[in-house]
Design a binder for this molecule. Structure first.
Ligand SMILES: [Zn+2]
Length: 318
């Protein structure tokens, strides 16, 4: 048995999904399948506790052979990683902000450590083994609580300056009006948590749908209730989601034109609303330069396991 481990395709590998509330550990097989091993609260504010918690999770599940004791660890992080110096920034994980995350953990855990943004990991998972498999350029649009994304070309994650590639959710790019059934509706540039106004993030995710509904109808409803009402033919909910489709389709069509993506895989909670994604797909296909007969915007394959799966692919490619 060798006493060192490389990240070859056959070597044992662990992946961890690190969120602001919970961290999960899984063992990753060469075919991409996962075996969940542990889940526990994330010590998000204390670096020594954070590193100790990861070490303890690994120690509890590594078998007593040298290979697994030093098997690489791939991290999917709720935060940004600067590809130049590996320094992390995360609002949800304050203890990793400003740290060269992978190299500091590699020294602490005595193994190779790889780390990437969770939306980037999801993009890689969709491109390699998900709904984007077989496409050269895959854009992964995350429509969850807010809006994020990631870009993969020729099976490789494009990390780009500052690690923000694919972050189409921020920037003053949302239209301020749209026409539905001959009626022109004004929509303000809502203020965004990033400090700008008019970001896709303010209207594109679950909170955005709720914000649009409140603006259009003066009613506070959960995104779940709005989607349910829409599926039952409710006129107000239909109007809200028509406006949502128009405003989100514009910037997403621009993303498709700029990246050359031949598929947009949708992740996050709204990906479960298949009929909504079909609506968005038709609107985006009507706007992109290359006309397509086949669906372009499709629900992704991964819901909860995309981060772990993509982190594992990243480590195996490294
Ligand atoms: Zn923003």
């Amino acid at each position: 048995m060798p006493d060192t481990v490389t990240s070859s395709n056959e070597a044992p590998l662990y992946a961890a999904d690190i969120g602001g509330s919970f961290m999960r550990l899984a063992a990753c097989a060469p075919d991409g399948s996962l075996t969940p091993l542990a889940k526990q609260p994330t010590p998000a504010r204390d670096w020594p506790q954070f590193a100790d918690a990861l070490a303890a999770m690994l120690a509890a599940h590594a078998h007593l052979d040298t290979v697994r004791q030093r098997a690489p660890l791939a991290l999917s992080i709720a935060g940004l990683i600067d590809p130049l110096d590996g320094v992390a920034f995360s609002a949800n994980l304050p203890c990793i902000t400003g740290r060269a995350l992978a190299s500091e953990l590699a020294a602490r855990l005595d193994r190779a450590v790889y780390a990437a943004n969770d939306a980037d990991c999801l993009a890689l998972a969709e491109a390699v083994s998900g709904a984007g498999a077989g496409h050269r350029v895959v854009f992964s649009a995350v429509l969850g609580t807010g809006v994020g994304g990631g870009l993969v070309a020729d099976g490789r994650l494009i990390r780009g300056a500052g690690g923000v590639t694919g972050e189409w959710g921020h920037g003053p790019i949302v239209n301020t009006q749209c026409t539905i059934d001959g009626e022109t509706l004004a929509v303000p540039r809502f203020a965004c948590g990033c400090g700008q106004t008019g970001c896709v993030d303010t209207i594109g995710g679950a909170r955005g749908i709720e914000r649009l509904h409140a603006h259009l109808h003066g009613a506070t409803k959960s995104s779940h209730a709005i989607l349910e009402a829409w599926q039952q033919g409710d006129a107000a909910a239909t109007r809200t989601l028509d406006v949502w489709r128009e405003l989100v389709a514009d910037p997403l069509a621009a993303v498709v034109n700029v990246t050359g993506a031949s598929v947009v895989t949708v992740g996050g909670g709204l990906a479960s609303a298949g009929a909504l994604i079909e609506k968005l797909d038709l609107a985006v296909r009507a706007r992109v330069l290359i006309r397509r007969e086949q669906p372009l915007v499709v629900p992704g394959r991964y819901r909860d396991e995309g981060g772990l799966t993509g982190a594992a692919w990243l480590a195996r490619q490294s």
